[in-house]
Write a protein that binds this ligand. Sequence first.
Ligand code: HEC
Ligand code: HEC
Length: 267
Amino acid sequence: MRAGQRMRPFIGAALAWACAAAAHAGSPHAFRPPPFSSMPGGQYGALVREGYRIFEQTPRYAGEYTGDALSCESCHLDGGRRSDAVPLWAAFGMYPRYQTRAGQVISFQQRLQQCFQFSENGYPPPLDSQVMRALTAYSHWLASGAPIGVELPGGGLKPVPKTGHDPDPVAGRRVYANRCAVCHGSDGHGKKVDGQYRYPPLWGSASFNRGAGMAKLPVAAAFIKANMSYGHADLTDQQADDVAAWMELQDRPADPRKGVLAWLLER
Ligand code: HEC
Ligand code: HEC
């Protein structure tokens, strides 16, 4: 108890520093979404705010569709505003678009359903559900003034260039211990403060499943390189590849498209 109290100012200072550093991260030429202070009023504004709440605290406000401890914001940083962390303002105007995985042209809402199924390890909210309406309104607002059908700088993730070496999970394990475990826990299961996740789980039953984008090594490496450790992204390309390879070896929920047998075989 007393040790906990003594730690608190330290954690507070560390977080303040991380947030200040994080505010200056990202692509310098990226599109600037409207500031939170300019959220609209009226019915549209209410829906936008509801979408923001769901985005920030997904298990709490969209628990019926969520099967893990992650919120949209766990990966789409700063409420989906941060460039090079798959920002919503860059995504919104690019739909409908052809998606190889689906083998068809999909709408923005169908793309949201996929993140629920895989990144949230949950269920796709129906297209006419309130959760879907709210998340779509929030994304629409963040993209205010952004051109439609144009790839914007800072959108998606920047691929990590080829290093000439294979990703090495053993080296990745060291990177993890030195640079990640302090927040995400030495077991990778995240850390809670007052019963709420302060740091999200990177693997284990409360994390994204194997069907998620983040479960693919190049996607995880690109996210980590641009954004981790939080507020202080300074890994080399090789370190980002290595730690992503280490993450990929860990246990997590199976791809729901593959069924129970795959889940048993993967264990
Ligand atoms: C585990 C991390 C993670 C979580 C949690 C997550 N996403 Fe994603 N999301 C991604 C990644 C990574 C991509 C890009 C996938 C790829 O490139 O394969 C993505 C893609 C998207 C896209 C399409 C982006 C584009 O540029 O086309 C949208 C929209 C989206 N997510 C919305 C959401 C919403 C809404 C939630 C919460 C319900 C959510 N995501 C939760 C990681 C996550
Ligand atoms: C200073 C604390 C801190 C450190 C150190 C840190 N992270 Fe994170 N990480 C976070 C926070 C906080 C989030 C979620 C951001 C949010 O919710 O706004 C996050 C999110 C993530 C996510 C997406 C969400 C998930 O659970 O999968 C991945 C992947 C990730 N971190 C990987 C890493 C890796 C790999 C390292 C080491 C190179 C690392 N992080 C170091 C704080 C940290």
